[in-house]
Design a protein around this ligand. Structure first.
Ligand SMILES: NC(=O)c1ccc[n+]([C@@H]2O[C@H](COP(=O)([O-])OP(=O)(O)OC[C@H]3O[C@@H](n4cnc5c(N)ncnc54)[C@H](OP(=O)(O)O)[C@@H]3O)[C@@H](O)[C@H]2O)c1
Length: 183
């Protein structure tokens, strides 16, 4: 079964970036092992297509330019945006707009049996959850709070804790998405 996952770092109080879209709070942390349980290496090995919102894409493009680094994903990537953009050199990019459920089958086909990663932001992940298309959430919780910023997942969802691990100063946790949170 093809799974659609949200894999991200977050602050303890549930923000994936600060109000200026900065990740300084993440990069100041002690280096994590990328080959630990629930860490990036094993996760990305099973991913066949990714999706991200426009803010995340713009942040990534600026970040790569600052560091003179190439596009990091080998697999096709969908960028959700209402605005045209130049595709990043070396990236297999498709721009999409509107209903994520209409795009999901294209992503599944392109992934050729592998899983899908919704990189963020939180509302885009929420759009997949609204459509019943979000299967799991894997978070790397940094030991910081921000008080405000870009929310992790601004929806009311019921999750089931499946697995945890400690990686340097981070708690990693994997959850299955059960469905909308009911009283
Ligand atoms: N901590 C981490 O590991 C991590 C992971 C991922 C992201 N981040 C950061 O978190 C922040 C997330 O930013 P964000 O909350 O603004 O979210 P975002 O999803 O990156 O961007 C939101 C924008 O995406 C476009 N969009 C979203 N859904 C759409 C749809 N269905 N159709 C068309 N366009 C759509 C809209 O842009 P337009 O209407 O303007 O085109 C919207 O304003 C960024 O700073 C990112 O770098 C951190």
């Amino acid at each position: 079964m093809v799974r659609t996952s949200f894999f991200t770092a977050t602050t303890l109080d549930g923000f994936i970036a600060d109000e200026d879209d900065s990740l300084f709070w993440l990069f100041k942390q002690e280096q994590r092992e990328t080959d630990a349980p629930l860490a990036y290496d094993a996760f990305i090995a099973d991913i066949g297509a990714v999706a991200m919102g426009r803010t995340t894409y713009d942040w990534l493009v600026d970040h790569l330019a600052e560091r003179s680094e190439p596009w990091p994903y080998d697999m096709p990537a969908w960028v959700f945006s209402h605005r045209e953009a130049e595709p990043h050199p070396g990236a297999d990019l498709r721009f999409a707009s509107g209903d994520v459920a209409a795009v999901h089958p294209e992503m599944v086909a392109a992934a050729a049996g592998k899983d899908l990663w919704v990189v963020g932001g939180g509302d885009l992940v929420g759009q997949f959850a609204d459509a019943g298309l979000l299967d799991q959430v894997i978070v790397q919780i940094a030991p910081v709070t921000l008080g405000a910023g870009r929310p992790l997942l601004p929806r009311r969802l019921d999750l089931r804790l499946v697995e945890t691990d400690r990686n340097a100063a981070f708690i990693a946790a994997r959850y299955d998405v059960v469905g909308p949170l009911e009283a």
